[in-house]
Ligand binder design. Structure first.
Ligand SMILES: Cc1cc2nc3c(=O)[nH]c(=O)nc-3n(C[C@H](O)[C@H](O)[C@H](O)COP(=O)(O)O)c2cc1C
Length: 210
């Protein structure tokens, strides 16, 4: 199985990256194909709403997102994370998620009916990590909820959301034991969900043979 982790902060050793790496630890003990990418390593534009993807499910913009699309499509699960920048996710994370619009499918006559392309093949799973410096969750604004809702719209079941507060400077997360445990547990929950799916699939296949 494949897991893709996406860091939406340009601080490669920052809090978001630290917490995402902690969430990956449970997967490292398993036979998982894990890939962690930093969005700041890629050059890609904002979605331009051209609807060029409407019938093809392929984005018409030729930039580095074309390197990321196969990773997203091949992954059974995603972990995405972003710091809070003025009450929301970073521009890199927002642009990345917007560019996944090519995987959103709408009913021809009724756009209130839609699904994520994933749903045509069975739901996928995801977890979200949101980071902010303030003590109060309200100062995180829409960071966690907008990442979560976007993934849901794309056909992911978001099994856990880590909201890490009180983290300002680059390497602070490591000193926040409770938050690190929360991140580890988030990864573990995602792993358990994927394993449960595998067990259920095996059981169904076995029952079909009876
Ligand atoms: C442009 C900018 C805007 C920010 N806005 C907020 C904010 O609205 N609320 C908050 O609590 N922290 C805010 N922060 C603080 C970051 O979320 C915080 O430093 C976080 O730990 C950075 O995570 P990173 O190390 O993964 O980059 C902001 C930081 C920057 C640079």
């Amino acid at each position: 199985m494949k897991l893709l982790a996406v860091v939406g902060s340009s601080r490669k050793n920052g809090n978001t990256a630290t917490l995402i790496k902690e969430a990956l630890k449970p997967f490292e003990k398993e036979a998982f194909d894990i890939e962690l990418i930093y969005l700041s390593d890629y050059q890609y534009k904002d979605c331009i709403g051209c609807e060029g993807c409407k019938d093809t499910f392929k984005c018409a913009i030729k930039d580095d997102m074309q390197k990321i699309y196969p990773k997203v499509m091949e992954a059974d699960a995603l972990i995405i994370g972003s710091p809070t920048y003025f009450y929301n996710m970073t521009a890199d994370m927002k642009a990345f998620l917007d560019r996944l619009y090519c995987y959103e499918v709408f009913h021809e006559e009724d756009r209130s009916v839609w699904m994520g392309l994933n749903e045509a093949f069975g739901v996928k799973y995801a977890a979200v990590v949101a980071v902010c410096e303030q003590n109060d969750e309200k100062d995180m604004g829409y960071t966690a909820i907008s990442m979560e809702k976007t993934l849901q719209a794309l056909g992911y079941r978001v099994v856990d959301v880590v909201k890490a507060l009180k983290l300002f400077s680059r390497k602070e997360a490591k000193n926040h034991e409770d938050t690190m445990i929360e991140a580890y547990n988030c990864g573990e929950k995602l792993l358990k969900t994927l394993k449960l799916r595998e067990e259920v699939q095996k059981k169904i296949r076995f029952m079909e043979q009876l």
